[in-house]
Design a protein around this ligand. Structure first.
Ligand SMILES: Cc1cc2nc3c(=O)[nH]c(=O)nc-3n(C[C@H](O)[C@H](O)[C@H](O)COP(=O)(O)OP(=O)(O)OC[C@H]3O[C@@H](n4cnc5c(N)ncnc54)[C@H](O)[C@@H]3O)c2cc1C
Length: 282
C-alpha cells in the first residue's frame, strides 16, 4: 500500500487543479483496501473515494483522507457464458481493448471518456440523455464493499440505474468489480465505432483543454448555450461545447464555482430545472 502525505493532486484530476491532500491511501489489492476502510471506520473518519478523477473538482486543500482506487483491482477475466468480470481500477480503454479481442462490443462511445470502470459504474457513464445508452446496459452484477457492515456483497441486474445515476450514489459503498455481458460484434465494426467516437469527440467536445466533461446532467440547453465563452479567472465555459468548463489558465476551484453559480442563477431566473453532474471534494 502506498500512503502519500501533503500530496498535490494535479496528476490525479482531469481538470488539472493543484490541490493539496493531507493524506491519500493507495491500496494495491483488496486486502489492503479492506484494511484501510476498517481503520477509517474504527476512527469514524469521513473520506473521499477517487478513481480516474475525471468528474471531480478539488478544493485547494483536502483534509479528509482520500482513498485512491486505481491500483487495487486491475483484473479482467471471463467467467461463464461470455460474461466478463472487470476490476474497478481498470481504465475503460483497457476494457474496450479486452472485449475487442473476443469479438464483443457495445460501449465504443466510452472510448473518449477518461474513466475507470468503478467510476463509470458509479456515474453510469454513457451517451447524451436523449440517446439512452450507458454502461449499465451491459451490467450483470456489481461486487461492492458495504462500509456499514464491512461485508462484500453483490448487486444483481441493472435496475435503479438512471441517466448519470446508479444505486451506489445513495449507498456508502466501494465498487470492487463488475460483471458485464457485452454484445457479439465483429472487431472491424468495433474499431470503426471507436474511431468515429474519437473523431466526434475531437470535433465537437473541448477535450483538448483540462475539464471534467459535462458540468450539469440536467439543465436548460438555451441557458448553457448563452453562457458559452463566459470566463472567470482561469476557467471558461467552452466556446465550442455547451455545458463544459475548461481550465485555460491555472484555474482555481473558486473560478469554477463562480461559473457554475452564474449558470444556476440563470436557471433560477427562468424556473429551469438543473442538476450538477460533477462532484466537489473540498
Ligand atoms: C474529456 C471528458 C469527457 C467525458 N465524457 C463523458 C461522456 O461521454 N459520458 C459520461 O458519462 N461522462 C463523461 N465524462 C465524465 C467522467 O469521465 C465520468 O463521470 C466517469 O465515469 C468518472 O469516472 P472516474 O473513474 O474518473 O471517477 P472519479 O471522477 O474519480 O469519481 C467520480 C465519482 O465516482 C465515485 N467513485 C469512483 N470510483 C468508485 C468506486 N470504485 N466505488 C465507489 N465510488 C466510486 C467517486 O467517489 C466520485 O463521487 C467525461 C469527462 C471528461 C474529462
Amino acid at each position: 500500500m502506498k500512503i502519500y502525505n501533503e500530496i498535490d493532486l494535479y496528476r490525479y484530476n482531469t481538470m488539472k487543479l493543484h490541490s493539496i491532500a493531507r493524506i491519500m491511501y493507495e491500496p494495491e489489492n483488496v486486502d489492503e483496501l479492506l484494511a484501510i476502510f476498517r481503520k477509517l471506520k474504527k476512527e469514524d473518519t469521513a473520506f473521499y473515494l477517487l478513481s480516474a478523477g475525471s468528474n471531480i473538482v478539488f478544493g485547494a486543500r483536502i483534509e479528509r483522507p482520500i482513498v485512491y482506487l486505481m491500483s487495487f483491482n486491475t483484473n479482467m477475466s471471463f467467467c461463464e457464458d461470455g460474461i466478463l468480470e472487470c476490476g474497478a481500477s481498470v481504465r475503460i480503454q483497457s476494457l474496450l481493448e479486452k472485449i475487442k479481442e473476443f469479438s464483443l462490443g457495445g460501449i465504443e462511445y466510452l472510448a473518449s471518456v477518461p474513466s475507470s470502470v468503478g467510476g463509470a459504474v458509479y456515474m453510469n457513464a454513457g451517451r447524451g440523455r436523449k440517446i439512452k445508452r450507458s454502461i449499465s446496459d451491459y451490467i450483470e452484477s456489481v461486487r461492492y464493499l458495504d462500509i456499514a457492515d464491512m461485508q462484500i456483497k453483490n448487486m444483481y441486474g441493472n435496475d435503479g440505474y438512471l441517466y448519470r445515476s446508479s444505486p451506489f450514489q445513495s449507498l456508502n459503498t466501494v465498487i470492487l468489480s463488475a460483471r458485464f455481458k457485452f454484445i457479439k460484434q465483429d472487431v472491424d465494426i468495433t474499431n470503426r465505432l471507436i474511431k468515429e467516437r474519437l473523431a466526434y469527440s475531437q470535433r465537437y467536445l473541448s477535450a483538448d483543454k483540462p475539464s471534467c466533461g459535462s458540468v450539469f446532467c440536467l439543465m436548460n440547453p438555451v441557458i448553457m448555450r448563452l453562457l458559452r465563452g463566459t470566463r472567470y479567472g482561469g476557467a471558461i465555459f467552452s466556446k465550442k461545447t455547451s455545458n463544459w468548463i475548461s481550465n485555460i489558465d491555472n484555474a482555481k476551484v473558486g473560478d469554477i464555482e463562480v461559473l457554475i453559480g452564474k449558470a444556476i442563477r440563470w436557471h433560477k431566473v427562468f424556473f429551469s430545472r438543473y442538476k450538477i453532474e460533477i462532484r466537489f471534494f473540498k
